[in-house]
Design a protein around this ligand. Structure first.
Ligand SMILES: Cc1cc2nc3c(=O)[nH]c(=O)nc-3n(C[C@H](O)[C@H](O)[C@H](O)COP(=O)(O)O)c2cc1C
Ligand code: SF4
Length: 409
């Protein structure tokens, strides 16, 4: 009682820091590190020692649970960003086991996010032809995707299931399917990315089929809880909207899904998924092609022009807590735990999100890039994350390991 009073005085929420469970997994609080590509896998796609230390540091500092960066389930599902995690070859299991052991030493669960990048990658960069449910042009990766045939769809289902089986062998506490941000599973769920006329497209039931089969397949082959991250709204013409996302979530729960993380947007409108007041133009010209390869003088002129027009570019709003309302709507319609992500950075907001029943857990990405010990600081009374949501880190990953440029922006 005394402790609770002291925490309230310091503005620290007891409900945020209570020991609880998510999909049967014990967590020391309701704060989750949302999946973050760290760009620190080794050449085989296994976690490097640097990545293991990074995760151990998060775990040591009171985080409730860690979701890894996305790990590719097959060769043609890899990201164009360097050093992505991969999980399609047994040889990586040992190194993943080192990672889970390091995190578990601190009584922290760790969830492997498994993904297929679909058409949101570049065939040239990954060395394999990219695939998609339908051939829809991607503004950043305009090379043509091969439209998946039925046999290839079954292969992808198997790839996700065997990735989960490897995750179980490696000691992960759960897997999270990345079905948001424009990647392959998002494209299947969304009428924008999925223009198929067969049993994998058209009706909501058909669009959900691949994800439902993956969930059921994982449940049959492993004892792992299966979480999902999806974009409840995606800004695409005819794409994901909250009403149909609610129906999708109900179906996924019925298929055995154990927790839902509610996000938004796609990489094409990355400033929607991770919002910022302005485009980080310096970083665009340093890390994003073709701008990064502009010769010196052209680069300088183009950057000056870009900086001039930057304030005129309309950015999605609000900048804070931007998926919380959708999380609340989904939460009212399912009985599994719901996690809200996106622009959450004040401890008072985290507390009210939980207390008002908008979500059961909150997750953050950029705030933990900026302050990996943030959970501990919040517990000790820090009121807000120091991340300024400038999005430089979101561009850095196109060429280098993830880092915060705070202090240099
Ligand atoms: C550097 C960086 C890497 C990211 N990597 C992933 C990823 O691997 N998987 C994923 O689902 N989301 C990824 N995201 C999106 C975040 O998980 C999160 O949904 C988004 O940044 C909004 O949360 P925030 O406001 O707390 O940053 C990434 C975001 C950033 C900035
Ligand atoms: S670069 Fe740092 S301050 Fe900027 S958004 Fe990323 S983590 Fe936050």
């Amino acid at each position: 009682m005394k402790i609770q009073h002291y925490q309230e005085l310091k503005g620290v929420s007891a409900v945020l820091f209570e020991q609880t469970k998510i999909s049967g997994i014990s967590v020391k609080n309701r704060i989750i590190r949302s999946a973050t590509h760290d760009g620190l896998a080794d050449e085989n796609g296994a976690p490097s020692d640097k990545l293991i230390s990074k995760y151990e540091y998060l775990a040591k500092n009171e985080i409730g649970c860690i979701i890894t960066g996305y790990a590719a389930v097959s060769k043609n599902g890899v990201s164009p960003y360097p050093r992505m995690l991969k999980i399609y070859d047994d040889s990586v299991i040992e190194k993943y086991r080192e990672l889970t052991s390091a995190v578990h030493k601190h009584d922290t669960p760790v969830v492997l996010q498994i993904a297929h990048c679909g058409r949101q990658t570049s065939s040239k960069a990954i060395g394999y032809q990219k695939v998609a449910p339908s051939n829809v042009l991607h503004a950043f990766y305009p090379d043509k995707a091969k439209v998946l045939d039925e046999a290839e769809i079954y292969c992808i289902i198997d790839d996700f299931v065997s990735a989960a089986a490897m995750a179980e062998k490696a000691g992960f506490d759960a897997v999270q399917l990345h079905a948001g941000h424009g990647y392959l599973l998002h494209d299947f769920l969304s009428p924008y990315g999925n223009r198929r006329k067969d049993k994998w497209g058209g009706s909501l039931e058909n669009r959900c089929r691949i994800v439902e089969m993956i969930i059921k397949g994982i449940k049959e082959k492993t004892n792992l809880p299966v979480w999902i991250k999806l974009s409840a709204e995606d800004n695409r013409r005819g794409g994901m909207r909250i009403d149909s996302s609610v129906e999708i979530c109900k179906r996924l729960e019925a298929a055995g899904c154990d927790a839902i993380e509610v996000s938004c947007g796609t990489v094409q409108d990355g400033m929607n998924t991770m919002r910022s007041e302005l485009m980080p133009m310096d970083a665009v010209f340093k890390y994003r092609e073709p701008c990064a390869s502009f010769p010196g003088i052209l680069s300088k002129v183009a950057l000056s022009v870009a900086n001039l027009v930057n304030p005129l570019i309309k950015q999605p709003k609000p900048l804070e807590n931007f998926n919380v309302d959708n999380a609340g709507i989904i939460k009212k319609n399912v009985s599994i735990p719901v996690i809200a992500v996106g622009g959450i950075h004040k401890s008072a907001d985290m507390q009210s999100i939980i207390e008002q029943g908008k979500a059961d857990f909150v997750s953050m990405c950029r705030p933990f890039i900026c302050e990996p010990d943030l959970a501990k600081k919040l517990k000790n009374g820090q009121l807000a994350a120091k991340c300024i949501m400038c999005n430089y880190c979101g561009l850095v990953i196109e060429k280098e390991p993830t880092k915060c440029l705070y202090g240099r922006v």
